[in-house]
Design a binder for this molecule. Structure first.
Ligand code: UDP
Length: 355
């Protein structure tokens, strides 16, 4: 299959691009490199540097490269930032997704896997969270993604678009020692903790110690980026089987899916929660560093607890996490950060990279 990966120079997108190539698919990445890294794009993928707001570029790529399916990552992801400048999230995440969907419609590309988020659920009434639980985002980032899910549902209903929406809980870790998380700015907990070990910050800030949780800090469900990536390939296969393999019944009935089955909406997490303090403690064990932490006020828009039920994707697509342990996740992240303190900015260490 020929797959257009939007945001394929980013943290999760680049891992998925690599997994697609390994599975024998052809990959075209579109990324404006505002957050992503040219060097993160696998050498065997084609890289088109451009913006999703550029409809003409999208039309050209979809048609000239004969794209069969799209995996859409390109988005802003900093929940805290979205509470300061929501307009940039609605522009970049929501409006640009509409441009992409319009271009797909015009080019007859009928399949998309969408990178969605646990932030759709806001403050859940119970955990673990299931896919049909109420969607009430607590931050503008979550809302910007929910609006895309709503558009997808209407495009499905009216235009027959087939889609999978994967609601990620907290993506973390590294798929290889030379491919990891390198956000700018970095707002995520694990890289910020490891920055302390690398001497780039004096201490880690714990945002909020008065949440209704066992130790007062927020609880999250951390999932290894490789496990997350694998789910995209399963979802893509399921979408392809639904339409084109000519034997939808055979392959998909086994998985409990039908040709006319509803969109594939799945949570992705490990089903286990760790508090901010617990994550800091695991990082201390992994790195052997004391990692000083200070207590700070809450970060606006943070729900207290987000833990996934991923039973649905396990049941329907046979997904299983290979690296469910937080320690393994932090170890892989540490391996990447320890050897790439500058992220992708030091080509000397990775001679085979795209320049
Ligand atoms: N967090 C923190 N200090 C940091 C970064 C994050 O205490 O320097 C907390 C944050 O408030 C949240 C949790 O760690 O409760 C996970 O945050 P992250 O930004 O990694 O992911 P999110 O859950 O927002 O997607």
């Amino acid at each position: 299959m020929k797959v257009l990966v939007t945001g394929g120079a980013g943290y999760i997108g680049s891992v998925v691009a690599e997994e697609l190539l390994q599975a024998g698919h052809a990959v075209v990445v579109i990324d404006n490199l505002s957050r992503g890294h040219r060097q993160a794009v696998p050498l065997d993928a084609e890289l088109a540097v451009g913006d999703l707001a550029d409809r003409a570029l999208l039309d050209r790529l979809l048609r000239e490269r004969s794209i069969d399916a799209v995996i859409h990552f390109a988005a802003f992801i900093e929940a805290g930032e979205s509470m300061k400048a929501p307009e940039t999230f609605f522009r970049n995440n929501t409006a640009n997704a509409l441009t992409l969907l319009e271009a797909m419609l015009a080019s007859g590309v009928k399949r998309i896997v969408f990178s969605s988020t646990a932030a759709l659920y806001g403050d859940p009434e119970h955990t673990p969270i299931e896919e049909d639980d109420p969607l009430r985002p607590a931050n503008a980032y979550g809302e910007s993604k929910l609006l895309v899910e709503r558009m997808l549902a209407w495009f499905h209903r009216i235009h027959g678009l087939r889609y999978a929406s994967l609601r990620y809980f907290n993506a973390a870790g590294a798929s290889r020692p030379d491919r990891g998380e390198a956000h700018q700015p970095e707002t995520h907990l694990i890289p910020r903790i490891l920055a302390v070990v690398l001497g780039r910050a004096a201490q880690v800030n714990i945002f909020g110690t008065d949440y209704p949780t066992a130790d007062g800090t927020c609880v999250r469900d951390y999932i290894h980026v490789s496990d997350l990536a694998h789910a995209h390939l399963l979802a893509l296969d399921a979408l392809a089987g639904l339409r084109e393999k000519g034997l939808p019944e055979e392959g998909l009935r086994k998985k409990g899916l039908r040709e006319d089955s509803p969109p594939l909406i799945y949570n992705l997490g490990n089903g286990q929660g760790f508090s901010v303090r617990e994550v800091v403690e695991v990082a201390r064990q992994v790195t052997g560093h004391p990692i000083p932490a200070i207590e700070c006020p809450r970060r606006p828009g943070d729900p207290a607890v987000l833990i996934a039920s991923s039973q649905k994707i396990r049941r329907e697509l046979g997904w299983q996490p290979r690296f469910p342990e937080l320690k393994t996740i932090v170890e892989s992240a540490w391996e990447w950060h320890r050897t790439h303190a500058e992220g992708y900015a030091n080509p000397a260490t990775d001679a085979s990279r795209r320049k």
